[in-house]
Write a protein that binds this ligand. Structure first.
Ligand code: ATP
Length: 240
């Protein structure tokens, strides 16, 4: 279980994330919905240790305190981030990108097994192992990025807008893969603008506005919430 409390991120005087509290259990998909600039990326970066959180924050994973750890130690503790824009190395092959994820000590012993799992999840990567990552399609590059994160054998996977720029077909494939990842016992924290698709696969969700959590609930309750429908699901307000 990932447990976050009192997490804030500031850029100078601007507070991009304000006292956020959330939890993600194993085998659970949790989505954070928020408009552009609401603080989604800053929140995920702070959890992943690549953006400092303000003092007072608490980031706990399975009872271990990750709050002051560096990014690589956070990966060792079982938390892997797939950043916005994927962060893969275009000149390296698909295999080399995946193997970068296997560098974590926690993952070395299970490397072959983890690779098998990634290639079962994304068979297309198996056919393209020797291809330079930059020549893959956007959706395939996202698979490489998720595959690399999975190679570190995480307990919790953090994903920053994985559907950005993908075709509806590719998006469906990707979100389908997330449900398989959940089945494998991994907890998934997903930041998305595509509310419709993400709520369709999520168990729970949080609404982020101006850096603050302003609502939360089961995916079903959020889907049926008129305010969520208006703000995130493109349902027009009925005339009064
Ligand atoms: P988007 O969906 O557009 O990616 P987001 O919800 O992920 O947005 P963030 O990228 O976390 O939001 O940004 C939150 C706020 O913090 C914005 O007002 C943004 O301009 C500001 N911000 C983000 N990164 C920095 C930075 N490095 N320096 C200063 N301000 C920043």
């Amino acid at each position: 279980m990932l447990e976050i409390a009192d997490l804030s991120v500031s850029y100078g005087k601007h507070r991009a994330v304000d006292s956020v509290a959330l939890t993600v259990a194993q085998s659970e998909i949790v989505v954070i919905l928020g408009a552009n600039g609401s603080g989604k990326t800053s929140l995920l970066k702070a959890i992943g240790g690549i953006q400092p959180a303000a003092s007072g924050a608490r980031i706990m994973l399975a009872g271990a305190d990750l709050t002051k750890l560096r990014a690589h130690a956070i990966v060792e503790a079982g938390l892997a981030l797939v950043p916005e824009g994927r962060g893969i190395f275009g000149e390296l092959t698909v295999r080399e990108n995946l193997m970068l994820g296997a560098y974590a000590k926690r993952a070395r012993a299970g490397e072959a097994e983890n690779l098998d799992r990634v290639l079962t999840l994304f068979p297309r990567l198996g056919e393209r192992m020797a291809q330079a990552a930059r020549t893959m399609s956007g959706g395939e590059q996202q698979m490489v990025a998720i595959g690399r994160a999975l190679m570190s054998a995480p307990d919790i996977l953090l994903l920053d807008e994985p559907s950005l720029g993908l075709s509806p077909l590719m998006c469906g494939e990707l979100f389908g893969a997330l449900t398989h990842i959940r089945k494998a016992g991994i907890g998934v924290l997903l930041v998305e603008q595509n509310a419709k698709r993400s709520l369709a696969i999520a168990d729970r969700g949080y609404l982020l506005e101006n850096g603050r959590i302003v609502g939360q609930g089961t995916a079903a309750s959020l889907q049926n919430d008129p305010a969520v429908q208006r703000a995130y699901l493109g349902v027009a307000q009925s005339a009064v």
